[in-house]
Design a protein around this ligand. Structure first.
Ligand code: SAM
Ligand code: SF4
Ligand code: SF4
Length: 384
């Protein structure tokens, strides 16, 4: 079995003629960990845009309790980019960068609420960009599947946050679980995607349903199940009771590790946290390395130029706006704050930490810019 790391290199063959290669796997893993700092340093000095998020809209047909973008709240509808503005931006990027090497990740709000989505994405595809999308799936019917195929969509992630009752309650609308499951089946049967993924955000209400969900998702025959914990951003901050406790985090990581070993489809954690060397590469195929600002950038719904859309949106972190700035110029000449390898040194605990050279102060979207420390140290939670 070949495993790809997050820069796309084939790095390990897990089994050789049926012989378990755990021993060799560990040698490679620990060796690779020692290269993390140098890799990150190289990327900081040579930023290379690989994933560009476009937050199409902050409109939404759901009202999820955890929504990091506070989507669906009425004051967020003004100021959306027009069709021409976003097309022009993609066109300029394609003239200055190699569009075939940049993947557009379409998100929201609910991206399928944008009436011009297919028009814009067909245009982007003709400029040479590949594209993927995260969606709640509730608007996908067979007509929509045909349109997505025609517009060149290659991978999609659909949110399922529990079994029927839990999912509908969490997402705020009865009936949405069945709609999302139906969308997954339609996309699976249409058989044109490289990756059909389900994303689950684990919280207090669904942690006890993971085994049930595993059974449901196995039967759906998707390619991948991405499981992540709830982040304390947006509306999740108003619903603190949803956050996991220490034992639940441990259970979650153990669950992912066990299922990952035995499943025919990819069960994976997200990119968000450093789990400690012991757990690194056991819950996903690559080792933790936050690539926000070195390989990931975003265009927000109103044209603001930003880093990963899950990073806390503080006015001083917005790097520009495509309505007045050239995206490529900003990517090349700004973004310094996100490329600072020494960010972790501002935190006493991180500065004194033995794992700092692997972790570098957790991901940017975990960073607390007021207190200059990570909001959570998953390494400490899991390994002490
Ligand atoms: C912002 S949504 C946009 C796409 C679409 N509306 C959806 O729900 O899938 C993208 C992903 O972020 C996740 N998300 C939103 N708020 C989050 C939070 N506070 N912590 C972790 N993930 C979150 C959603 O569950 C979803 O999987
Ligand atoms: S998580 Fe997605 S579906 Fe839920 S409110 Fe936010 S944008 Fe809408
Ligand atoms: S203390 Fe800081 S550097 Fe060390 S593992 Fe935790 S977040 Fe990472």
């Amino acid at each position: 079995m070949y495993i790809y790391d997050n820069i796309g290199l084939v790095i390990i063959i897990y089994e050789f003629n049926g012989v378990n290669m755990n021993y060799i796997k560990n040698i490679i893993k620990y060796g690779e960990a020692e290269t993390i700092y140098e890799k990150k340093k190289y990327k900081s000095q040579n930023p290379n845009l690989r994933i560009l998020f476009w937050e199409t809209t902050l409109r939404c047909n759901a009202l999820c309790k955890h929504c990091g973008s506070r989507a669906g709240e009425k004051n967020k509808y003004n100021d959306e980019l027009t069709t021409d503005e976003i097309k022009q931006c993609f066109k300029t990027i394609s003239q200055k960068m190699d569009s075939s090497k940049i993947f557009l990740n379409i998100t929201g709000g609910e991206p399928l609420l944008r009436e011009d989505l297919f028009d814009v994405m067909k245009y982007a595809k003709n400029l040479g960009f590949g594209w993927s999308m995260t969606t709640n799936g509730t608007l996908i019917d067979s007509n929509m599947v045909a349109k997505l195929k025609e517009a060149g969509l290659t991978s999609v992630s659909i949110s399922i946050d529990g079994t029927e009752h839990t999912h509908d309650e969490f997402r705020g609308v009865k009936g949405y679980y069945n709609k999302s499951i139906n969308a997954i089946k339609l996309l699976r049967d249409a058989n044109f995607l490289d990756v059909l993924q389900i994303t689950t955000v684990v919280n207090k209400n669904n942690i006890n349903e993971l085994e049930d969900l595993y059974k449901i998702i196995s039967d759906l025959h998707v390619d991948s199940w991405r499981i992540m914990n709830i982040d304390p951003i947006g509306r999740a901050r108003d619903n603190k009771d949803l956050e996991l406790d220490k034992d639940e985090y441990k259970y979650l990581i153990h669950f992912i590790e066990q299922k990952r070993k035995k499943s025919k489809f990819d069960v994976t954690s997200a990119c968000t946290h450093y789990f400690g060397i012991k757990h690194e590469k056991e819950t996903r195929c690559y080792m933790f390395q936050c690539i926000a600002g070195t390989e990931v950038g975003s265009i927000l719904y109103n044209g603001d130029i930003f880093v990963c859309p899950n990073v806390e949106r503080r006015p001083e972190l917005i790097q520009g706006n495509i309505r007045k700035d050239d995206f490529c110029d900003i990517w090349k000449n700004k973004f310094e704050i996100f490329r600072d390898l020494d960010r972790y040194k501002k935190c006493k605990e991180c500065n004194e930490c033995e794992d700092a050279k692997y972790c570098l102060g957790e991901s940017l979207h975990t960073w607390n810019f007021d207190e200059n420390k990570p909001n959570i140290c998953m390494n400490k939670i899991l390994n002490t």
